[in-house]
Design a protein around this ligand. Structure first.
Ligand SMILES: [Zn+2]
Ligand SMILES: [Zn+2]
Length: 403
C-alpha cells in the first residue's frame, strides 16, 4: 500500500505485478494495462459463487471491450492446484497472474485485504486509487452499465432504478416481449397458448414466477403455488401468475409448463432475452422466485415465495398490510402451541421462539421450506422447524404412527 503513490504513475509502480499470462498461457505485456480501469478478480474454481460470477463478469467485460471502454481484468487465482487454475482461467477472456507467482498473489491479496471470494477490486487507470473495493454486487446487479464502478456512477444507476420502479406498469414490464412480436402494442399476446392479452392482467395482482425445469426447489414450489393458485381462482381472487422461464433449453421449458396452470412468456432462450431482462430488472439471483406486482403495476414484494411458503393462499394480496395481519394472527395462534416439544427429527427438546425471542428467518428442517419468526428451535444445534411442522410431528414422534 505504501508504494501506491510513488514515482508518479504507471501500473507497475502501483501494483506489485510481474508478468501476466493470457488464458491460452502466453505472456501478456504490462503496457496493455496502462491507462485502463482495472479489475483485480480474486476467485477460485472450487467455490460455487466464483463459478457463478465469472460468466457475469465475462459478459460485462465483452460488452465493455466491444465498445472500446478502457477496462481490463486481472485474475488473481486462489485455486489449489495448477490444472484447476488453468481450467478456470480458460473460461475467462482476461489475463491472470501466473499460478506459480505466489509472492505477487500474496502481496495483492494483502494489499487489498482479501478475505472472501469472489472479490473484484476496481482501480482507477494506472492503479492510482481504489474506486470500488468490491464490484461483485454491482456487476451482478447492473452488468456492464456499472462501468467505471465509481460512487458517482453507482448513484446514477440507483437513481435511474428508483425512477424506473416508480413508473413501472405491467405494459412496460412486458414491453420487451411486445417488441419481439412485432411491436403491435397492447393487442399482441405474448402469453400463448391460449393467448392471454396483457391488458387482461392489468388491475390484477400478478405473480411473476421465475423458475426452470430440473431445479428441485422449483418443482416443489410449482406444486405449492399451483394449489394456491387453484384456491384463489375458486375464490375469484383477482390474481394471475405468469411464468418467466429461466430454462436453458426448449424441452425444459415445455416440461416446466406442463406442471403449470397459468400463462407463460414464450420460450426465448439465452442471455439478453426478455425473461433474462426481467430477471435482471428484479435482481433475481436464485430460482424459484415469485415477484408480486400489484393492481397498479408497481412491485408489491419480491418475497412472494417466502410468503407463499409461510401463509399459503392467505398471503394474497401479498401486501405489507396483509403480512402484518397474518403475523398478528400467527402470534395469536402460537399461544395454542406447547412451549416445548420433542420432535421425531431431532434428539433434543425444542422450544418455541418468536421474532422477539431470537427467531429470525430459517429453513424448516422438517419440510425444507423457509420460515420466519415463530419456530420450534434447538439453539445448540441450530435445528428449527415451523410450529405447524412441530405439531404434525408430535404424533409422528411416537413409534408406529406412520400407519
Ligand atoms: Zn416446516
Ligand atoms: Zn439439538
Amino acid at each position: 500500500m505504501e508504494e501506491a503513490q510513488e514515482s508518479g504513475g504507471g501500473i507497475r509502480s502501483a501494483l506489485p505485478l510481474g508478468s501476466l499470462i493470457s488464458p491460452s498461457g502466453n505472456e501478456v505485456e504490462l503496457p496493455e494495462l496502462e491507462g485502463k480501469t482495472i479489475g483485480l478478480y480474486f476467485a477460485a474454481n472450487w467455490y460455487p459463487k466464483c463459478e457463478a460470477f465469472t460468466p457475469a463478469l465475462a459478459a460485462a467485460y465483452r460488452q465493455l471491450r466491444g465498445r472500446g471502454a478502457g477496462f481490463e481484468v486481472v485474475f488473481v487465482s486462489c485455486d489449489e492446484d495448477r490444472p484447476s487454475f488453468e481450467r478456470f482461467h480458460r473460461a475467462m477472456p482476461w489475463p491472470a497472474v501466473p499460478f506459480g507467482d505466489i509472492p505477487c498473489k500474496k502481496s495483492l491479496s494483502d494489499m487489498f485485504q482479501v478475505e472472501g471470494i469472489p472479490r473484484l477490486v476496481v482501480l482507477a487507470p494506472d492503479g492510482a486509487e481504489v474506486v470500488c473495493s468490491d464490484a461483485v454486487e454491482l456487476v451482478h446487479r447492473y452488468g456492464d452499465p456499472a462501468f467505471p464502478f465509481t460512487p458517482a456512477r453507482v448513484a446514477e444507476l440507483e437513481a435511474a432504478e428508483r425512477s424506473k420502479f416508480a413508473s413501472q406498469t405491467l405494459d412496460k414490464l412486458f414491453s420487451v416481449s411486445h417488441v419481439k412480436n412485432g411491436g403491435d402494442q397492447q393487442v399482441v399476446s405474448v402469453l400463448p397458448p391460449p393467448s392471454v392479452p396483457i391488458a387482461s392482467l392489468v388491475g390484477k395482482t400478478v405473480g411473476l414466477y421465475f423458475s426452470a425445469d430440473g431445479c428441485e426447489p422449483c418443482v416443489k414450489f410449482t406444486e405449492r403455488l399451483a394449489a394456491i393458485y387453484g384456491n384463489l381462482k375458486r375464490r375469484s381472487a383477482e390474481f394471475e401468475v405468469v411464468y418467466i422461464p429461466m430454462d436453458k433449453e426448449e424441452g425444459g421449458y415445455e416440461r416446466s409448463r406442463g406442471d403449470m396452470p397459468w400463462p407463460a412468456l414464450p420460450y426465448d432462450g439465452g442471455e439478453g432475452a426478455p425473461s433474462r431482462e426481467l430477471a435482471r430488472y428484479f435482481d433475481v439471483r436464485e430460482i424459484p422466485t415469485l415477484v408480486v406486482i400489484g393492481p397498479d403495476g408497481k412491485t408489491v414484494t419480491r418475497e412472494g415465495r417466502n410468503l407463499v411458503n409461510l401463509y399459503f393462499d392467505m398471503a394474497f394480496p401479498f401486501t405489507e398490510e396483509q403480512v402484518r395481519r397474518l403475523q398478528e394472527l400467527e402470534d395469536e395462534r402460537a399461544k395454542g402451541y406447547s412451549p416445548s416439544l420433542r420432535h421425531a427429527g431431532h434428539r433434543h427438546e425444542l422450544s418455541v421462539v418468536s421474532e422477539k425471542s431470537g427467531g429470525g428467518p430459517y429453513v424448516c428442517c422438517e419440510c425444507d421450506e423457509q420460515g420466519f419468526g415463530w419456530a420450534y428451535q434447538c439453539i445448540a444445534c441450530g435445528y428449527e422447524i415451523h410450529l405447524r411442522c412441530g405439531r404434525d410431528g408430535e404424533d409422528g414422534g411416537a413409534v408406529g404412527a406412520e400407519q
